[in-house]
Ligand binder design. Structure first.
Ligand code: F6R
Length: 243
């Protein structure tokens, strides 16, 4: 794992935006895996800014988001789709047909997940997966557990994850759906390159365990140690536990 420790959140966002800008300049039809959450908010703001200035072109790119709450329609303001519309999709020239999202209202979760894996394959696989990390070490909604699911699946959210998503539901943890569709650990590891972004002291313990700890399903981000092209882009606070 390559670890970059930068001064602050703003520097993390700039570094990852530059990586995306370069990728799309070299390979305009690149396939991106994208996260939601607090961590990438500044990244998406920077990508919007660069797009406004004509410095990045998404017209041939494809995107696949990591996850979506099960049981929420895309029109729900707390859906991850709504988040992406607000922070990126409405503001850049991605072709709508190349934006891929898990549908939390699908009739069959299994069929939705299988269809998503097939769509990723048809697109040629992910070129760059951008991840955040949960304070418990989850990536996507792959929560710490005795075993992990390789492919996209219906995942049960850990109590800590429902707590940290409560802000999307007016602070009501009970309103956070108990399950979500998520790319699996294998979906993530099959991406040709992975960037994990982490900012803030609350992530320091998980980052430390992911980098220095054993590879274990109890710390899903530790599985990234198995991948040959992973970069962690951290601010100083998130890197606080590293040796
Ligand atoms: C979001 C996702 C999650 C988040 C993680 C960190 O699509 O898959 O794994 O990346 O929970 O969330 P924030 O950035 O809000 O701390």
């Amino acid at each position: 794992m390559k670890v970059h420790i930068l001064k602050n959140e703003a520097a993390v966002a700039l570094a990852v935006a530059t990586r995306v800008t370069r990728l799309l300049a070299e390979r305009p039809s690149a396939v991106l895996g994208l996260p939601t959450g607090n961590t990438p908010v500044r990244l998406y703001a920077e990508l919007r800014r660069r797009h406004r200035l004509g410095k990045i072109d998404f017209s041939k790119a494809s995107t696949f988001n990591l996850d979506e709450f099960w049981g929420l329609p895309w029109t729900h303001p707390a859906s991850y789709r709504a988040f992406m519309e607000e922070h990126l999709f409405q503001h850049v020239n991605l072709a709508p047909r190349r934006i891929h999202f898990l549908n939390g209202m699908a009739k069959s979760a299994a069929a939705e997940c299988a269809g998503y894996e097939a769509a990723i394959q048809r697109a040629g696989g992910l070129d760059l997966m951008i991840l955040g990390i949960g304070t418990n070490g989850h990536i996507g909604f792959n929560e710490p557990a005795p075993s992990l699911t390789a492919d996209t699946h219906l995942a049960r959210l850990a109590p800590a994850t429902r707590r940290s998503n409560a802000y999307l539901f007016d602070g009501r943890q009970g309103a956070v759906p108990p399950t979500a569709l998520s790319m699996g650990a294998g979906t993530i590891l099959r991406s040709r390159a992975v960037i994990l972004m982490a900012t803030g002291a609350s992530k320091a313990g998980a980052v430390r365990a992911a980098v220095h700890g054993q590879v274990t399903s109890r710390m899903p981000a530790s599985l990234l140690q198995l991948h040959r092209d992973v970069e962690l882009v951290l601010d100083q606070a998130a890197a606080g536990g590293l040796r």
